[in-house]
Design a protein around this ligand. Sequence first.
Ligand code: FEO
Length: 397
Amino acid sequence: MRPFEIKKDIWWVGVVDWNLRDFHGYETEKGSTYNAYLVKGAEKTVLFDTVKSDYTSKFIHNLKQVIEPEKIDYIVSNHSEMDHTGALPEVMKIVKPEKLFVTRKGMETLNAHFHNNDWPFEIVDKEAGLDIGGKTIEFIGSPMLHWPESMVSYIPQDGLLISNDIFGQHLATSERFDDQVEMGELKWQTAKYYANIFNGVSNAMKKFIEKIDERKLNLQLLAVDHGVIWRKNIPEVLKWYRFWANQESLKKAVVVYDTMWGSTSKMANAIVGGLVEAGVSAKLCDLRYNHRSDVITEILDTRAIILGSPVLNKGILPQMGDFITYMKGLLPRNKIGTVFSSYGWNDAAGKILTEALEEIKVAMVDPGISVNYVPTHDDLKKCHELGLKVGKAILAG
Ligand code: FEO
């Protein structure tokens, strides 16, 4: 993809990674982009972020199509993670910027990554904007979004917020704007990004949204570091982010399970029957067919989480162990739930699943059900009733 002028003197110079399928455990089935931006002021030209190291030569090629890299005056590193700084060492050698703008923690992180302590770091001033001639860059801290050192850059003259990971999506496209792609896909990928990257730091996200509300930013372009740039649906994405950051939920339950010989599968289906009879939306996620990152996306807006596993070697099946580890890191909040399990001679799984839910403060609606080997007709009726009970609890609020 060639560089693209998104607004006069503001260029997208990123790269599209069509083949990315894993981002630290998050399945990126639609690929991604690493967005970087070049902004030309009347006096200074500024590069915001770089790309993953695999794409260094492509990135430098992109820059050369817009400007001779030596003519870039400043570089801003909004976020130190390697998908945005991998190309930075090579770019620093070629550009030799006067200043590299970062937060203090950003400087420490870049030094810990690249051990180039002689880079011309300029720690950003919280209050003062940086005048580049006809445009001013305001640096706004966004700690923990998605790392402690993160910040965003705002240019009021253009209504441009270069927002690093915030509002991003892992979505590789030839289009550069939100109104050029299918909205259902865009909402799913935006939710998936939030669920898999930001959910565990929702309090920090709430503070960030409050901060941009207080500052009454004139937002015309949300220039994200992944996926398409928001220009038409900015109120929509802000509304979604408020809902997710507040950990609000729909009248919905997600039943997540793994099965060995089909017993927990039968139980899961009976529980879903009860949920539906209660009048709530239900999602059934067999971990053999649903990736952890899609299941956690379903959990983002659910009210209830119901976990099920048979016993294996005094524990639970490994894919459920994987999912629990992942979920504990992403800390879904304000949920209710229960568990179900099957066993042969050691009724251990229910306790493990309950502890996992209690660790993330899920309010248990019911202690749950375990069956010996294969559920009977009566057992399945009890599972249906369990679904009904959870469904009624969801409707009760
Ligand atoms: Fe896109 Fe937190 O890096």
